[in-house]
Design a protein around this ligand. Sequence first.
Ligand code: NAD
Length: 526
Amino acid sequence: MESATQPETTAKAAGNGTAKASATAKETFEVHRPVDGSVIREVAIDSPADVAATVSRVRANQPAWEAIGFAGRRRWLEGLRDWILANQDRLDSIMQEETGKVRADATLEAFYCLEAINFWIDQGPKFLADEAVSPHNPLLKSKRAKIVYRPFGVVGMISPWNFPVILSVGDAIPALLAGNAVVIKPSELTPLTVMEMVRAWREDVGAPDVLGVVNGMGETGGALVDESDYMQFTGSEKTGKIVMKRAADTLTPVSLELGGKDPLIVTRDADLERAVNATAWGGLLNTGQICISIERVYVEEPIYDEFVAKLTEKVKTLRQGADGDSYSAELGAMTSPAQVEIVSDQVEDAREAGARVLTGGRRKEGPGDWYEATVIADVDHSMKVMREETFGPVIPVMKVRDVEQAIELANDTTYGLGSSVFAGDPDEGERIARRIEAGHCNVNDVLINYNVLGLPMGGWKNSGIGVRHGAQGIRRFCHTEAVTIPRLPTAKSEPVWFPYSARKRGLVRRIYRFLNARGLRNRLSR
Ligand code: NAD
């Protein structure tokens, strides 16, 4: 329960995500530095009772938070924005330490929060405004009808380790502005930056106690599902299904932002230089640990060899290392040791099946969780690297006969998160985009949709349910309430109310016939 920056602990965990039991004290887990595997600190695990206590604490403060209105809430979010600006370097450092990101990637998280706070502050009133509905039936024109957006109460957020802040605090911004209290369960691999921000919300910004954090693994996450009125889950498909099943017990609505296997198509007349640079960045940003990373590349046959050669040359120039605050590397460590195993297994599977590993393809020797930037050519859909989520610094490239085959292969996946198309003619790019089965498609670009906060971001197929961003990105944290209000003074009773009689029902019948039949004769007939 909100152990914040001080661990209330005496029992030690064996490693990331592994807890040790103790008869007397709270269990803890260790948070490691992925660059060398050393321990940063221990964090106390919140039991289901702790989770219930945190939720009930912020729940008690939620009605007052709702009552101060959007203008009142926005003030506190502006306070958080200003606090982030004043503490950005320190936040970047905590983030870098627990994730192993290079500095440039670590800075993205604060940038996102700053932009998101201003976006939701500006757009929220429009997205959450009452919506007038004109009754379709002329007999109901005497009613004012409207849709009213009302907060759920307490929104639970379970988040992954790849963008610990964007995918928790980033989603909490619209949830809070909509009038909810929020409790975040960060990934057990990377809880520290989120804990610091939640601490600052109360202690430095002085905001109402409507934002909490609980720490732990599956048991803590499951308890949060039980206690919340709405669940925002970001993570793997496997855990997403567990969360959805658990939420069924309490009929709690869920939004699931899950994994992806995003394709990128390069047509024969594309700007090759741009396509290569975009593929390298879109596939390797954050060391390839992005749900919307480019994970499969399909290149038309006439330009395949040149594309592969240029991509390999580009990737070989990238620097990997722990760059502190020097901005002197493009790739960092991988955050999760388990993910290094998955990446390694997929690359070996492709190698054994005859694919050519043109650069990288190995773990780095020594301590820490390092895997080299990797380009693999001559892959096909029999290989794991083209079918399963990789979530690491690997770019597999496949030769295709033509655009038709590229589209067919791009859609040959159980995922449907994102995609990109590089084509000489952007209109041709759009025609291809409209045939791809995914939540987004960037023409002649990669990842950029995520920065257009007015666009919904979410997956098709096994990539999830629901969206973040856009109008739905804040409305999802609200019940809709349908309200009708009379425009005119009301009678003591209505013709359709009790008591029934043949005369009254006959009249109602004639009215319904008049309104719904087509052709005057038909309308007037009995
Ligand atoms: P994960 O599913 O292993 O864990 C996600 C979160 O769920 C963690 O906080 C974890 O502690 C918690 N959790 C684990 N078991 C649980 C349980 N039984 N009940 C409740 N919570 C539980 O995912 P990860 O390895 O942290 O993250 C990587 C995955 O996240 C990838 O698949 C990636 O594609 C996906 N992801 C998706 C998006 C998106 O927006 N679609 C963004 C980032 C990452």
